[in-house]
Design a protein around this ligand. Structure first.
Ligand SMILES: [Zn+2]
Length: 543
């Protein structure tokens, strides 16, 4: 044991009422406002908001004393630093481990009240969310702060204008910061902010201070189990879409969609799966069942036909002598005699691995499944329900194929959660769809595609479910709202329906795992050359 280890005060385990709030948002978001509104919302509950600002620690961890936050390139440099830390430590969740280490260290040093909410800004990889959920269970709440892209672009441009007034290319530079932040497919250890965003428990809208305050206040009320904060139209529609996704037996991702009238009435639910000859999709337990997984020879037809297409291309190219024999063979003497070419399965594997990331590899043309959006549209048609002017809510951003049918069907609004990077919807249909407008009411003659705002489907039964618990007193009046000063977070309440999301992890168990992560973080960093363990700052963004 090193000298320092012995001197360190005893580890202080997590206290009963502590909460952890992770923030995820895109580049160009005004974070200070979200932090201030969170502080205001938590204050009546006697909760102290303590911020862990991860990127503040990057320069010290990498031993770069020259880093200056007040420059035009700071955003980019910090993105770079984050990637570098993940890469050097060879750990995609290393920054979540840093957060856990800092929380434990600050708790030990400052001995804060049990009613503390640690706010971690900001998460950039799904592995970070997974790590925090594994340690803290449902005490960890991920809040995605959505700001329309046009506003984020303006903010990012403003930064360039302020710090590099002679650059002149504000727009290009700002766009570069925003794109790189969302998805960096070039790097294994790069940022995946858009993907991380879609894992949130709550999505809040930061298009104005007033709207953001409303969303954050509501989110905090739900966290503390207010009995009368019922779901919105969009939340319920997204929950229907989510149940549609759960019905899917596809071998790729599960996707769900729901069409509602503009007033929120459910019209149809869609699932991505194989259509049945009777109309609609196969259900369990249909006989016969010809869904991909249930066929005599189970196969994903898209993969099968993509391989056949690749083979066709390779043989044609070999025939024309455009490619080296490494990509084709002559199988047998007979083939050789006939001068016939062939491609082995291994050669196909190598070819497809080589073209990974190209449009060819992303082709989804040959799947038998109907996409969830199309299933919802055709279900409405089959049942004779009018969908002109309706809203389509889907778990995943629509592909370009579904998009053209959504437009043609007269749907007015599309709301989604998960991104779909392969979709060319915006490139092909910018004339008929508008993504994320600042003022949706002003959009005419176009279908609006919007980010979902509200409680994520994963939290829907937990935050809105009261089961058999009556919400009125013996005189028939609604039960009182909880007294904020003593209100328990819903996740820690004994009764109630939070167990839908798995029982809350006991504090003793969290302490055990947290301690383990802190130890492994210290060892991990100690083993990594050129990376140092930072000391926890006294205050961070505590405005
Ligand atoms: Zn589609």
């Amino acid at each position: 044991m090193a000298e320092g280890e012995r001197d360190r005060p005893k580890y202080l385990p997590l206290r009963g009422e502590e909460l952890l709030i992770g923030l995820v948002y895109g580049a160009g978001t005004e974070t200070a406002l979200s932090l201030r509104l969170l502080k205001d919302a938590l204050h009546p509950y006697g909760y102290e908001r303590r911020v862990i600002h991860l990127s503040n620690y990057f320069p010290a961890m990498l031993g770069d004393p020259d880093f200056r936050a007040a420059t035009s390139t700071a955003t980019r440099q910090l993105q770079e630093f984050g990637d570098l830390l993940r890469e050097r430590c060879e750990e995609k969740a290393i920054l979540a481990q840093l957060a856990i280490y800092l929380i434990a260290a600050k708790r030990q040093r400052d001995n804060p009240s049990s009613r503390t909410a640690w706010v971690v800004r900001s998460l950039r990889r799904p592995e970070e969310v997974e790590q925090l959920r594994r340690v803290y269970g449902p005490r960890f709440i991920l809040v995605a702060v959505h700001t329309p892209e046009a506003i984020r672009q303006r903010n990012a441009e403003e930064r360039w204008r302020r710090w590099a007034p002679t650059t002149g290319r504000y727009e290009t530079e700002a766009t570069r910061d925003i794109r790189r932040d969302e998805l960096d497919p070039e790097r294994d250890y790069g940022q995946r902010t858009r993907e991380t965003f879609s894992l949130a428990d709550f999505f809040v809208n930061a298009s104005s201070e007033q709207i953001l305050r409303r969303d954050i206040d509501r989110c905090v009320k739900l966290i503390f189990g207010w009995p009368f904060v019922p779901p919105t139209r969009e939340e319920q529609a997204m929950y229907h879409a989510y149940t549609g996704a759960l019905r899917s037996s596809e071998m790729g991702r599960q996707v769900g969609a729901a069409i509602t009238t503009s007033d929120g009435d459910l019209v149809a639910v869609g699932t991505n799966d194989v259509p049945s000859g009777k109309g609609g999709l196969y259900w369990s337990p249909d006989h016969p069942d010809e869904r991909d997984f249930a066929k005599q020879v189970p196969s994903d037809s898209n993969t099968l036909w993509k391989r056949r297409t690749a083979r066709e291309l390779l043989l044609r190219m070999a025939d024309q002598q455009w490619i080296e024999p490494a990509l084709y063979i002559r199988h047998s003497r007979e083939q050789e005699a006939r001068d016939e070419l062939d491609v082995t399965e291994e050669q196909l594997d190598a070819f497809l691995a080589g073209v990974k990331g190209t449009r060819f590899a992303d082709i989804s043309e040959f799947g038998r499944a109907v996409h969830a959006e199309m299933d919802a549209i055709t279900t409405a048609a089959r049942l004779g329900h009018r969908i002109s002017g309706s809203t389509l809510v889907c778990t995943t951003f629509p592909c370009h194929n579904c998009t053209r049918h959504i437009v043609a069907a007269g749907i007015r609004r599309v709301i989604y959660i998960y991104p779909y990077a392969k979709s060319l919807a915006l490139d092909l249909h910018s004339d008929s769809i508008e993504l994320d407008p600042e003022d949706a009411a002003a959009v005419r003659g176009k279908v609006i595609f919007e980010q979902f705002i509200g409680v994520a489907p994963r939290g829907y039964p937990q935050y809105f479910g009261f089961g058999q618990t009556p919400r009125s007193n013996n005189r028939g009046n609604p039960v009182r709202e909880p007294d904020p000063a003593t209100a328990q977070p819903r996740v820690l309440q004994e009764s109630g329906t939070f167990s839908f999301g798995g029982p809350a992890v006991p504090a003793t168990r969290i302490a055990q795992v947290e301690r383990q992560i802190v130890r492994s973080f210290r060892q991990h960093v100690a083993r990594t050359p050129e990376v140092q363990i930072p000391s926890p700052a006294k205050t961070e963004d505590e405005a």
